[in-house]
Design a protein around this ligand. Structure first.
Ligand SMILES: Nc1ncnc2c1ncn2[C@@H]1O[C@H](COP(=O)(O)OP(=O)(O)OP(=O)(O)O)[C@@H](O)[C@H]1O
Ligand code: SF4
Ligand SMILES: [Mg+2]
Length: 341
């Protein structure tokens, strides 16, 4: 991709994460789950990059590799630290990693299981501050109160336990905790998926307000196209470990260039009931990342597949301004965008 690195906060190149498959008494390695396979994308400061794709396509694995919660098998991750320096995240030693973890945080899907039920909200939000030696005593309590108010919680409830809060409030606690170290980049992994629709909207508004106020950049992972369209500046579509298309939100939804994106968009609920949905039902199942098809992984299901698709894997190529698609015929196919955008 032809982008100047000096405009970026995150630059991911050729990232792979292969999980070994072990079998038998001797735990012999019999293959790999190619969860993330040669993925490339970047994020600009203050931007939300939406990552979408069916369950199991590698979204969480990609997010966890960027944060180095798990080690990628190959590739490079460049991240701009708070001093403006572009760091090679995979080359950092444990001290460097600890420093950069202040800048990169994660908001989980499930506010119920990600908060320790035996810890007070004070201790939950304070933990990253204590671990990083950033505050203690009265200053710590003050900072936690400030964070609670920042996410719309009453700071008088510091001593309460997670069970005393609603689902939306618990997600706010998770957000306050993620913000504690003043990060600049946050991976939101299905951050609103477990919430009711009305609560989802409140949390999305909160994330957008915080982004503006604190100059945050987000990698926003979701399988919900409506949420992705609403919150993202740019979008990446994954299919079986590969990034098959990236574009601005407007271009991707109006004019997709990959047949898988077209099918995904056709399944998006139509906001205006007078407009007809043109849902494309794909044949077969999503490919198995432990044993993907030859050539283009999408070829067994693609309505536009030709002979070359069975043999040759398509590269991500530029098809418009900031628009990339991994299809041999990208830009040549008459693909439909989402209805009612
Ligand atoms: N620790 C692991 N060991 C082996 N395979 C794994 C591991 N973690 C994930 N996988 C596999 O990697 C692939 C990608 O999983 P991942 O959780 O990243 O998908 P996802 O897109 O986040 O899915 P979902 O939308 O369901 O959250 C899946 O086939 C999954 O089974
Ligand atoms: S490369 Fe071929 S099979 Fe793959 S998406 Fe394009 S047309 Fe379909
Ligand atoms: Mg996931």
């Amino acid at each position: 991709m032809s982008v100047q690195t000096d405009e970026l906060i995150l630059d991911v190149r050729y990232m792979k994460k292969y999980f070994p498959i072990k079998k038998g008494f001797l735990q012999k390695n019999v293959g790999y789950v190619k969860a993330v396979d040669d993925v490339e994308f970047h994020i600009r400061p203050g931007e939300t990059f939406g990552l979408v794709g069916e369950s199991g396509c590698g979204k969480t694995t990609l997010g966890r590799c960027i944060l180095r919660a798990i080690e990628p098998s190959a590739g490079s991750i460049l991240f701009r630290d708070r001093h403006g320096q572009m760091l090679d995240v995979l080359a950092l030693d444990s001290k460097g990693l600890r420093a950069i973890r202040r800048d990169m945080q994660l908001i989980f899907q499930d506010p119920y299981s990600s908060l320790n039920p035996r810890m007070t909200v004070l201790n939950i939000i304070a933990e990253p501050l204590v671990c990083n030696g950033l505050a203690h005593g009265a200053a710590l309590r003050e900072r936690v109160s400030e964070l609670m108010e920042m996410v719309g919680l009453n700071s008088r409830h510091l001593e309460r336990y997670p069970h005393a809060f609603s689902g939306g409030q618990r997600q706010r606690i998770g957000i306050a905790r993620a913000l504690a170290t003043n990060p600049r980049f946050i991976v939101c992994d299905e951050a609103v998926s477990a919430l009711d629709v009305s609560v989802q909207a409140q949390i999305i508004n909160l994330l957008q307000d915080l982004q503006e106020k604190l100059d945050l950049s987000y990698l926003f992972i979701s399988h919900d196209l409506g949420v992705i369209q609403h919150i993202s500046n740019r979008v990446g579509v994954m299919y079986v470990g590969k990034m098959v298309e990236t574009a601005s939100t407007q271009d991707l939804f109006a004019s997709p260039k990959h047949p898988y994106t077209e099918a995904l968009l056709s399944a998006k609920p139509v906001p205006d009931p007078r407009k007809k949905s043109n849902r494309i039902i794909l044949p077969g199942e999503v490919a198995n990342p432990a044993n993907p098809p030859t050539g283009c992984y999408f070829h067994p299901r693609c309505p536009y597949a030709k002979d070359i698709c069975k043999i040759q894997s398509p590269e991500l190529k530029q098809v418009g301004d900031g628009h990339y698609a991994a299809c041999h015929f990208a830009g040549e196919l008459p693909l439909r965008g989402a209805v009612g955008i």
